[in-house]
Design a protein around this ligand. Structure first.
Ligand code: ADP
Ligand code: MG
Length: 867
């Protein structure tokens, strides 16, 4: 037996949408069959049933009601799936054979444009990636809801591609065969993207050519084509709001690689991967969704052009200086609707009268914003105000046409104001007249029949009727009243007079609803012609919003406007960490100066654990990012250079989050920095080399520093546990030692978080261990060991090299002993002592100390066992 014709139809369509759930419209349901049904039942927690499909065995089936499909679709999309909506495209009543069905839209995580699936304050990107060779990638991404498209070339290597993707709200990526299997896996696993295959076969209509207009390079044209093919194929509907693809020259922006974005917690905190605790969290005081999205975009791409940075800073200064006007701007922006996304929805024909009313309300605020901007003393702000086109005509049209409290539906009337259209007014007049005539009739009939409870009602089946309760039936004038319906307690009648009027009213109502609908569509089409203007307006409004956000946080948090030095130097007075100072509740953050210049461009920071080394390093990087996006910075005085790239490498021990605390990863990251950094870059190396045994790590740390010093000349901050490294300051002219001070008060360590010149002379490992709450007995024992070591230890003044050789020899003998168990116990003991001697307890974290102790104990136990 074969499948039924409908099943054959299903299978044919499904074959084209293999990687999507096919929502197959059957009456009031979308049904799914076969594996789709099994998987959907599981993902959506709905009942799996089965159905006869013409073959012997029944096939799995499940379904969702058509009217509540949106939520189910949302769930699947959020889980990264795609859903193909297959509708009946002819009337089942007139269809011969199986009703014709077609996929009318493919909903994918990257192409959603409306409704609950979108986050207000987040973009939602669909990306495309193509590799022309191993070091050259074409990359584009678009937000279908706003119509923005960006396209760029990514040179270098795969990690640069991942850095572009990382933390950007890309939901789905379309790739072609040029992307190999392992890259594909990275996109899926590491970046958690829905990966879709390019659709080469679909040609795009000529109307879409304009999207490519400003793209000249063949590689970029190619990725744009892949992108638009995919969009066209999935949407199958009007996408007029898409803007021309904008080419991004990555070298015009500061490069923040993936590790820096993560380590610096620019838009997401490391601990919880959310906005709270990130730089974005501190500086986001935008009041519109468009502004919030733009702020994030700016943060993702700090500027390099001094002119552009200064322009932003100039406007922030203006807004900062005039509090009252700024508050006025903030207030008016608050009631401005998401014009960017509205444009998208206008384009798909998806707006109702309420949306247009909101558009009108938003537009009515614009002249005020424009006027406020003119009141600022700074010309940059006045100029921004001049650029605003308040779209008076559009506002006036909406004002005249759209009713004040329209319904959600656009097919039931009530959308338009009286006076907008003459014909509509006439219908309404007839209908209203008729209705008051009916009210009058009700009054008259009550009087004539003497039935107090008589009333005239209306329903869709019988139209207007006169209702009389059972108790009053004897009063009904049989000659005029015609019985129409019997209810439990009442009877309903009609009269010829009533029916005549009813015909008039209904005709007028019907015509007016019909006319309103048509008029509304015309208005909507008119609004459509304003899409580019609305997008431009949205762009300016969101820019103002971001700038006022910068001014607002800058004032509230006491930030200062940075200046940029010609010499590539940094001079920060009383610099603070923008996030930590916000998170610290009752204590106050200790500000520190930071200075770097051509002569001393590397800082080696020493100091005990928890003293503030990492904080100090990161606050410099964050300050630079803030300055280069155009915000003021947390300091009393700030002179900065413009940095082309920031690299941060966090030593394995501090890298708790990623879990990949292998030394290899650390070295890969350092390698990345060394290969790409220039003398205009900033490198933060925080406790690098910690992931391996002390001497390896130290040797590598030292050689990395020397290499950067001699060959790269990048501004570098280097924190270390290795005291030995501080002597490098004597040899490397560009390196300066600084340390974070801590004081011991009554046997307890107190962190002052103050940066001082020179190398730290003491460490406080044991005190930190005590603060961490390790048992007293353990702390006492550590103190004892320390004292022993201090009395026994090699002279601290002894040259580093000599010590190293000594220790290496000791290590060798120890291993020899391990192999030949024949040696005397006393020798083994000596070796344990030698091992302990190697430890630099002062520089260990409490955890490391514990581990060492544990190892030692094992060794000692082993020795005993052999006796
Ligand atoms: P380290 O890297 O030296 O181990 P961190 O930079 O991680 O130390 O700082 C440890 C903690 O000390 C931070 O979480 C913060 O609470 C606090 N801290 C650091 N710097 C300061 C400062 N300048 N003022 C106040 N508290 C600070
Ligand atoms: Mg640290």
């Amino acid at each position: 037996m074969g499948y039924t014709p409908m099943m054959q139809q299903y299978l044919k369509i499904k074959a084209e949408y293999k990687d999507s759930f096919l929502f197959f419209r059957l009456g009031d349901f979308y049904e799914m069959f076969f594996e789709d049904a099994v998987k959907a039942a599981e993902e959506l927690e709905i009942t799996l049933t089965s159905r006869d499909a013409g073959k012997d065995d029944r096939i799995p089936m499940c379904g969702v009601p058509h009217h509540s499909a949106e939520n189910y679709i949302k769930t699947l999309i959020e889980k990264g799936y795609k859903v193909a909506i297959c509708e009946q495209v002819e009337d089942p009543k007139t269809a011969k054979g199986v009703v014709k069905r077609e996929v009318v839209q493919l909903i994918t995580p990257g192409t959603i444009m409306e409704g609950q699936m979108l986050e207000d304050k987040e973009n939602n990107y669909l990306a495309v990636l193509h590799a022309s060779d191993e070091q050259m990638f074409g990359f584009a991404y678009t937000d279908m809801s706003t119509g923005d498209t960006f396209v760029m070339k990514i040179e270098n290597d795969w990690s640069s591609v991942l850095s572009e993707i990382y933390n950007r709200p890309i939901k789905e990526i379309v790739i072609d065969d040029s992307i190999n299997e392992s890259f594909r896996d990275d996109l899926k696993e590491k970046m958690q993207l829905t990966v879709s295959s390019a659709i080469h076969s679909k040609e795009i209509p000529d109307q879409m050519d304009y999207l490519n207009e400003s793209v000249n390079e063949p590689l970029l044209q190619y990725v744009c084509k892949l992108l638009f093919q995919y969009i066209y194929h999935t949407q199958k509907r009007s996408i007029d709001h898409l803007k021309k693809a904008q080419v991004i020259e990555l070298q015009e922006y500061m490069t923040l690689d993936m590790y820096s974005k993560r380590n610096l917690e620019i838009t997401h905190s490391m601990m919880r991967n959310e906005k709270y605790g990130s730089l974005l969290w501190v500086i986001d005081r935008t009041v519109t969704a468009m502004g919030a999205r733009k702020l994030k975009k700016w943060l993702e791409r700090p500027l390099l052009s001094r002119q552009l940075i200064d322009r932003r800073l100039e406007m922030v200064t203006g807004l900062y200086d005039q509090f009252m006007e700024r508050e006025g701007v903030r207030e008016s922006l608050r009631s401005i609707y998401d014009l960017e996304r509205l444009s998208g929805r206008v384009s798909f024909g998806n707006v109702n009268a309420r949306d247009l009313l909101q558009l009108r309300n938003s537009l009515s605020k614009i002249p005020y914003v424009k006027q406020l901007l003119k009141q600022f003393n700074h010309t940059t702000l006045q100029e921004l105000g001049d650029k605003i086109d308040p779209l008076e005509e559009l506002r006036e049209l909406l004002d005249r046409s759209i009713a004040e409290d329209p319904p959600v539906s656009i097919t039931d009337g009530g959308l338009l104001k009286d006076g907008y259209d003459e014909q509509l007014d006439q219908y309404r007049h007839t209908s209203r007249n008729g209705k008051s005539w009916i009210a009058e009739l009700e009054r008259k009939e009550k009087e004539n029949t003497n039935i107090k409870s008589l009333k005239i009602g209306y329903n869709k089946v019988f139209g207007y009727y006169i209702e009389v309760t059972r108790a009053n039936l004897h009063l009904v004038p049989d000659d005029r009243y015609e019985r129409k319906q019997t209810l439990t307690n009442a009877e309903r009648f009609i009269t010829s007079e009533l029916k005549e009027k009813e015909a008039l009213i209904l005709e007028a109502d019907e015509k007016s609803v019909d006319l309103e609908y048509r008029l509304f569509l015309l208005i909507r089409d008119k609004v459509k012609t304003y899409i580019p203007a609305l997008q431009k307006l949205a762009d300016i409004i969101s820019e103002i919003d971001v700038l006022q956000s910068f001014a607002t946080v800058s004032e509230e948090n006491n930030y200062v406007r940075p200046t940029f030095s010609k010499a590539h130097s940094v001079r920060l007075e009383e610099s603070r960490h923008p996030v930590i100072e916000k998170v610290m509740k009752n204590e106050s953050f200790v500000p520190n100066d930071i200075q770097l210049d051509e002569d001393k461009f590397m800082l080696l920071i020493t100091g005990p654990n928890m003293s503030g080394k990492s904080t100090y390093m990161r606050q410099l990087a964050l300050t630079i990012v803030m300055a280069q996006v155009g915000c003021f910075v947390p300091a009393k005085h700030a002179e900065l250079a413009i940095f082309d790239q920031i690299f941060t490498r966090i030593g394995a021990a501090d890298d708790l989050v990623s879990g990949q605390s292998t030394f290899m990863v650390e070295m890969l990251e350092a390698n990345h920095a060394i290969h790409h950094a220039t003398n205009n870059s900033l490198i933060l190396l925080d406790e690098i080399g910690r992931g391996t045994s002390t001497y390896d790590g130290m040797a590598l740390a030292q050689s990395i520093m020397e290499y950067i010093h001699d060959h790269i000349h990048a501004k570098t901050l280097f924190s270390t546990h290795y005291h030995e490294l501080t002597s490098l300051g004597e040899r490397l002219a560009g390196l300066k030692n600084i340390h974070v001070k801590a004081e011991e008060i009554n046997g307890e360590v107190v962190f002052l978080h103050q940066i001082h010149q020179g190398a730290a002379d003491e460490s406080y490992g044991i005190h930190v261990a005590k603060l961490a709450g390790l048992p007293d007995a353990l702390i006492d024992r550590a103190q004892q060991i320390l004292t022993q070591l201090e009395t026994k230890n090699v002279e601290p003044t002894e040259s580093q090299q000599k010590r190293e050789t000594n220790l290496q020899e000791e290590q060798m003998t120890f291993f020899v002993e391990e192999k030949n168990n024949t040696r005397k116990q006393s020798k083994a003991e000596e070796n344990v002592v030698a091992l302990i001697n190697q430890w630099n307890i002062l520089e260990m974290t409490p955890m490391e100390a514990m581990n060492k102790l544990y190892e030692l104990q094992k060794k000692v136990k082993g020795m005993k066992g052999r006796n």
